[in-house]
Design a protein around this ligand. Structure first.
Ligand code: FAD
Length: 550
């Protein structure tokens, strides 16, 4: 079948959710085009193996930033999933909806109908939540969300330390109250990664009206300003997949703007430089690129209770065997089981710093572990004002795009990151950590002055892998908008973009949940359904926000 009502490019977080919802009533046919292959096997399915697939060219597109001028010319890896489930199949499985104010800000920026009241019903529809605040969470939806067992005492010490430092505690940061220290949530079910492929794509493919085509989408074919299909390369042949109703691009914040530009939609001058005929001059395509950055703050543990003792090949084999046979044990968690969302200073009305805590001292990508027992916080500011871009390097669809984040290009980034380091030291310095605290591994207690902290940040800040914003949603009369609030590409008929590229601004947390929510909500727009009724639930706001950071 090379023709369907709806043709979706990309089976990632948003694409899979759309495949599921668009085919649900059986009235429409759906083709999903995906370049990546199978997600079967322990490297993707076993949660604790999370640092492996992001380093593998089989599962990752292998993108990298340009040398970053504010980070001493460092080139940062920009992993994106190239496998069914997309980035949800190689991500860290942390589940965060985002703060209510993030979505209100989207609406204020022109994304009418995407305020918190509008998106909350979609978060509920998608979830099958285990634990969490009554009345705020979804049950029976495709996406299973759970909490870790938190058996390691260091998780409790982290939350208690936050409380001792005077911060809020929250039992459900995905409920009314994001602010505070508490348990972290995971997209894991029965000990296995619960990606968008498991939650949405596989169930959708069981329906007769959905099919998956393995191929590389080269461009959208547009005739008389209307998208009529997608040109793909599959088994070394160029073919066309026709869309009777619509083409929906859900190829990620890096590949979606690239595909639009190759199809003639983007900044006219840039397209002409590459000899591409301009279909719609949309200067916002590829702009507004943003991300979260984070640092790993590591402390030695005086007690041999951390995961550093199981990073050797023998322990890993034992953990792997237990997982293979029973889907339990240390292989069945991502180890992110405690978290915090806090405000950096008085006057900030909702959290702008996120913490992930793990009872191990190891880089996220698994490339370096501390020699001693240790624990660490991943910490970073949530609302950097730095912006970058995705542009074409060539008109050849196979060429990688040029990715320039301009990380740390705004002076506030430096103030915020210095504060993150000092705040983490304050948390780790609380009495809850007295039984465990050894010396600081990283940055190291000698790193104290602003200049020294800046040097550490320049050398060590890493992407948290949340690029977004490159096909921004907004008002149709805003020249920098790429899609309107129903996700329609402005200036072209029959074409939408719905994935993390449409976010006007990065949300407060990890991006899988808002990307899936985007797919869920876009599906209703595509089908012309009345959106779910807005919620009247009010999020918690710290009554002391004007006078205190805690
Ligand atoms: C290493 C890593 C760790 C992360 N950790 C977390 C975490 O713990 N929690 C969290 O919430 N978020 C995390 N994220 C972020 C989150 O997973 C992503 O933001 C989210 O999955 C993006 O969804 P998307 O639908 O925009 O794109 P994707 O899920 O990336 O989907 C895009 C899909 O399109 C396909 N595609 C692209 N171009 C083409 C083409 N030309 N032809 C055919 N197919 C194509 C891709 O192969 C992919 O399957 C992480 C991301 C990474 C990479």
């Amino acid at each position: 079948m090379l023709e369907a009502d709806f043709v979706i490019i990309g089976s990632g977080s948003a694409g899979s959710a759309m495949a599921y919802r668009l085919s649900e009533d059986g009235k429409h046919s759906v083709i999903v085009i995906e370049f990546g292959g199978s997600d079967i096997g322990p490297l993707i399915q076993m949660p604790s193996a999370l640092s492996i697939p992001l380093n593998m060219s089989l599962y990752d597109w292998g993108f990298a930033s340009e040398p970053e001028p504010h980070l001493g010319g460092r080139v940062l890896a920009t992993p994106r999933g190239k496998v069914i489930g997309g980035s949800s199949s190689i991500n860290g499985m942390v589940y965060v909806r985002g703060h209510a104010r993030d979505f209100d800000h989207w609406a204020e920026q022109g994304a009418a109908g995407w305020g918190f009241a509008d998106v909350l019903p979609y978060f509920k529809r998608m979830e099958d939540s285990n634990g969490g605040e009554n009345g705020w969470r979804g049950h029976g939806g495709p996406l299973t969300v759970q909490r870790g067992s938190r058996t390691n005492p260091l998780y409790g010490a982290f939350v208690e330390a936050g409380r001792q430092a005077g911060f809020e505690v929250t039992d459900d940061y995905n409920g009314a109250k994001q602010e505070g220290f508490g348990p972290m949530e995971q997209t894991i079910r029965g000990g296995r990664r619960w990606s968008a492929a498991s939650a949405y794509l596989r169930p959708a493919l069981r329906r007769k009206n959905v099919s998956l085509i393995k191929g590389f989408a080269r461009r959208v074919i547009i005739e008389n300003q209307r998208a009529i299909g997608v040109e793909i390369e599959a088994r070394k042949r160029i073919q066309v997949i026709k869309a009777r109703r619509e083409v929906i691009v859900a190829a990620s914040s890096i590949n979606s703007p690239k595909i639009l530009m190759l199809s003639g939609i983007g900044p006219a001058e840039h397209l002409r430089e590459h000899g591409i005929q301009v279909v719609a001059d949309r200067p916002g395509v590829g702009r507004n690129l943003q991300d979260h950055m984070e640092l790993y703050i590591q402390q030695e543990s005086t007690q041999p209770i951390t995961l550093n003792s199981v990073l050797n090949p023998f322990s890993k084999a034992m953990i792997g065997a237990q997982w293979l046979f029973f889907k339990s044990g240390l292989g069945a968690t991502n180890h992110f089981e405690a978290a915090a969302f806090v405000r950096s200073r008085a006057g900030v009305d909702y959290p702008d710093i996120q913490y992930h805590f793990i009872p191990a001292a190891v880089r996220y990508d698994g490339k370096a572990a501390a020699k001693a027992h240790g624990f660490q916080a991943h910490v970073g500011p949530m609302r950097s004002k730095s912006r970058g871009s995705v542009t074409l390097s060539s008109p050849d669809p196979k060429s990688k795009p040029v990715i320039r984040f301009n990380y740390m290009s705004h002076p506030d980034d430096w103030t915020e990151f210095r504060h993150c380091i000092r705040l983490t030291r304050e948390i780790f310095g609380q009495s809850a950590f007295d039984p465990y605290r050894g010396k600081e591994i990283s940055p190291g207690s000698h790193v104290q002055s602003d200049d020294d902290l800046d040097a550490f940040i320049r050398d060590h800040a890493e992407s948290a892998y949340h690029p977004c914003g490159t096909c921004r949603i907004g008002r149709a009369d805003d020249p920098m908008s790429v899609v309107d609030p129903e996700c329609c590409v402005i200036g072209v008929e029959g074409l939408r973009v719905a994935d993390s590229s449409i976010f006007p601004r990065v949300t407060n947390g990890n991006l899988n949940a808002p990307s899936i929510m985007t797919g869920e909500k876009a599906a209703d727009h595509i089908l012309g359904r009345t959106p779910l009724a807005p919620s009247n639930q009010e999020p918690w706001v710290n009554p002391r926000w004007q006078v205190s950071d805690r």
